[in-house]
Write a protein that binds this ligand. Sequence first.
Ligand code: NAP
Length: 312
Amino acid sequence: MTQTLAIGPYNESEKAGLTQELAPVYLDGPSGVSDLDAAQREAFTAVAYKGHHPFGAAEMALLPNVGVIANYGVGYDAIDVAEASARGITVSNTPGVLNDDVADLAVAMLIMQGREMEHASQWARSGKWAEQGEYRLNRKVSGGTAGIVGLGRIGREIADRLAAFKMDIHYWSRSAKDTPGWTHHGDPVSLARAVDYLIVALVGGPDTEGFVSKEVIDALGPRGILVNISRGSTVEEGALLDALERGAISGAGLDVFQNEPNIDPRFYALENVVIQPHQGSGTVETRAAMAKLQRDNVLAYLAGEDLLTPVN
Ligand code: NAP
């Protein structure tokens, strides 16, 4: 009898790995749990979870013998970890293996927006280059001042990359870190005031909701570019849209939004935003590594061993 329930939009290669190693029952999303009959639900001891739909008390109550929820992704804000802990369920995630891709995308969006690459590409494609001549000048990126909101695993990879662009690195974290001379700020407004580029690499979830507030966005100022690769929830999105529309900040590079994938249509009307469809970790190599780490966590649990990357 299968012990694993695999929930989420797994691709064919991920399904092949799961089927070979765990022979799970598949569901597209957590809402399908209630459609399973009681005997089937009681047989599951492990969940392999993928996606951003909330997975909380109601779903856990329907799976009384589950002891592990192995998340596909480092961000596990969709899972109610406090509820899982209260039920004696261990949650795991997939940290580390995706740092490079997410950091690459953050830096790429910063440069794309800073050098107006999307807008300039449109200029050329639309024939304006040939008709009207050279594209307008934009702002130098290398040598600028960058602020990382959350110097965790991904934040540090972003900072390392930006340091190679000769940038002066500032950061906010709850405590000062051991860094090669980077400047710690205990307050995100002070950080935003000090930099031209603000890159958000926080965890998501209720503790960081709206952390990049209107006050932080205003402090970034008219030359400022905001990059968010964390979660849409970490930024006060209405304040960001207002600031972009008013030109109160120069632009943004965003991989994450509230209400994905049905994001606020005001974003689509803005020329000063690079929009990415939450694809930070979306390379063949990294997704394979994430899928393997997720499976390895389930396998460890089923073998009675310690999980590789538990979060509670
Ligand atoms: P991490 O190493 O745990 O770093 C998380 C950062 O968030 C740390 O700087 C930490 O601050 C801060 N933080 C944690 N709890 C906080 C709280 N309660 N209040 C304020 N700050 C808090 O995580 P990571 O591996 O770098 O991943 C960061 C996030 O990136 C993930 O959680 C996920 O949401 C997002 N992500 C996005 C994509 C994408 O596709 N766009 C892909 C992967 C990950 P301290 O330094 O003070 O501990």
